[in-house]
Design a protein around this ligand. Sequence first.
Ligand code: HEC
Length: 142
Amino acid sequence: MNKCVWLLFFCVVFAGCEKGSDEPRVAGRWYAQSQVELGRKVYAKYCIGCHRENAQGTANWKERSPDQSFPPPPLDGSAHAWHHPLGMLKRVIEEGGVPLGGKMPGFKDKLNEKENLAVISYFQSFWADEIYNAWLTRGGLK
Ligand code: HEC
């Protein structure tokens, strides 16, 4: 093979690696757009019934229901999901709120790690940069 062909060969190989490597992150965020897309599907299947369209949750999420439990809060950055670092959000989704006296079921039998992170990236895609950056400052990526 002459040099040109080798060069072409390496270009193709490197281009392939480039494509297979980590997809670029959404600007300023920890996740890629493909995670948000997967998360959208997970959310539509498992979460939307309680946390509603666009993760808006219940308007009066701070008011206890007659049984003393809290209604599903918004996850769109308007309530306090942003007070919890990534590891804790993951755990809430795995274990649900029942161990803490809440109502939310756990999803550890239904979602794998990838789907769990994807659904977090989906509701975080609704967070304004201001909220997201405040979450980062509080150590959100822990
Ligand atoms: C049956 C209703 C229900 C379903 C389904 C549900 N949740 Fe929840 N979720 C709640 C309630 C109610 C709370 C408040 C804590 C509690 O009572 O357990 C909550 C709390 C949360 C919190 C903590 C928010 C905060 O501000 O601290 C997160 C994160 C969350 N849910 C994510 C999800 C995700 C992701 C899904 C889908 C995989 C989901 N939930 C499915 C009812 C639900």
